[in-house]
Design a protein around this ligand. Structure first.
Ligand code: DOR
Ligand code: ZN
Length: 444
């Protein structure tokens, strides 16, 4: 297949012989075109373009080679969670099957990750059990633990409202001083922005529409407004933005933020029971459609799953008693690839939002087809469609709010230059790394 561009070179240049050459079509410099990707024996991309040589060559024909995704927001429920919902082992396999080779795992476990001892225990649970790389967030609620946590953790996650595992968020008066302290520590900070003072306590909500009334969009916009002006050096990121208005406000402030597949694709009328209960709530169809349009226009910088499985039993409780959260790491990219296939979403937008920007925000050399980046890649056949079947997902929770939705699953997933998923089966090892941000090096 003739390449259309001269190859780019790593500093090692011609001296490094590629271990593998992967040939196919890829989205480079604004369009889909034939490429050959040379991968070194260190699992990094050596060059993208014409390659003379390689110990092994793999041609995937008309199929498309994409960078693998980073899901910067997942909850794997260890330690202390119900293993019937998820574990680090099952969660990382689900991520891999969904085309994700790096996850950011949240600290609202039981106990929450508030000091270095708890961080070390969680890290020990990841070592030798993770199918993909894992960045572990810590909770910045113990002021004395902050400097030591900042030396080991991958990021911080701050909850401004009660949610699963979080009973008492910091009072508003403590937030600005905390942001100033966190700005000195140079780790990224993700914020769950809902202002509980704006929650409405009018009776027990009985369905997702009632939940949207109880924790309304105003609670989100008020919490976001209160974060600004944020300290200059703070790497601030707002989790799960649910409305186009908040997205626009954050865009004007040039702040990082994400939207989830459920807020982009589901509304408060998509399902009537607690399976569609999530924090922040699913919004009206009108809000959902406006957020989707903003995403399609490229005005939502990142997508993240907020993968938060609970067992089917827990989700069968009466609505007001059931926990909030939906599984989503395994379906995030496949659902959106199906939208690319149907022509509703640009492939370039999706790659930027799911692969490139989340990895950059976490300071990781992955998510781009570029020399020096990890050879974390997907092989996608856009003709191969299937449907979500909750029982077949890797998560033991065994259900999905997207049951029956059309997906395009990656046929192969490569991590560090080797296939870890083939034909929808995990074939890799459980040697995922625990990573920390590196904003200076690694990412050319
Ligand atoms: O719906 C949610 N579930 N929102 C959160 O903020 C936490 C998450 C969970 O951990 O279950
Ligand atoms: Zn979350």
């Amino acid at each position: 297949m003739p390449p259309t561009r001269p190859r780019e070179r790593t500093p090692a240049g011609d001296r490094a012989e590629p271990e593998v050459v992967l040939a196919g079509r890829a989205f480079v410099r604004g369009r889909l075109q034939p490429v050959e990707i040379a991968i070194g024996d260190d699992g990094r991309i050596l060059s993208v373009g014409r390659v003379r040589d390689g110990r092994a060559r793999r041609d995937v024909g008309e199929r498309v080679i994409l960078p693998a995704a980073t899901d910067l927001h997942v909850h794997f429920r260890e330690p202390g969670g119900d293993s019937g919902a998820e574990t680090i082992a099952s969660g990382t396999v689900g991520a891999a099957l969904g085309g994700v080779t790096l996850v950011g795992e949240m600290p609202n476990t039981s106990p929450p990750v508030t000091d270095v001892e708890r961080y070390a225990s969680k890290r020990a649970l990841v070592e030798g059990r993770a199918a993909v790389d894992v960045l572990l967030y810590a909770s910045p609620t113990e002021p004395r633990a902050l400097p030591s946590l900042a030396r080991v953790a991958g990021g911080f996650k701050l909850y401004l409202a009660p949610t699963t595992g979080i009973e008492s968020p910091p009072p508003p008066s403590e937030v600005a001083p905390l942001l100033r302290r966190l700005a000195e520590l140079s780790l990224p900070l993700a914020v769950h922005a809902e202002d509980p003072a704006r929650f409405r306590a009018a009776g027990a909500p009985r369905d997702p529409a009632g939940w949207n009334v109880a924790r309304p969009p105003e609670a989100e916009s008020a919490a976001v407004d209160a974060l600004f002006p944020a300290p200059d050096r703070l790497r601030l990121h707002i989790a799960h933005v649910t409305t186009a208005a908040v997205a626009e406000a954050l865009r004007k402030r040039r702040s990082s933020f994400e939207a989830t597949p459920h807020h982009l694709l589901l509304s408060d009328r998509s399902g009537g029971d607690a399976r569609h209960k999530v924090n922040p709530p699913l919004r009206t169809e009108r809000d959902r459609a406006a957020l989707w349009e903003a995403f399609v226009r490229g005005e939502v910088p990142m997508v993240a799953s907020d993968h938060a499985p609970h067992t089917a039993d827990a989700k069968s409780l009466p609505f007001d008693k059931a926990p909030s959260g939906v599984p989503g790491a395994e379906t995030m990219l496949p659902l959106l690839l199906a939208r690319v296939r149907s022509g509703e979403l640009g492939l370039d937008r999706l790659i930027a939002a799911a692969c490139d920007r989340p990895a950059r925000w976490l300071g990781q050399p992955t998510g781009r087809l570029a020399p020096g980046h990890r050879a974390n890649l997907l092989i996608v056949d856009f003709r191969a469609r299937s449907r979500v079947d909750g029982r077949k997902l890797a998560s033991p929770s065994g259900w999905s709010p997207f049951e029956g939705w059309e997906v395009v699953r990656p046929q192969e997933v490569w991590k560090d230059g080797r296939p870890i998923v083939r034909d929808g089966e995990f074939v890799g090892r459980t040697d995922g790394r625990v990573v920390r941000p590196d904003y200076a090096g690694g990412s050319p």
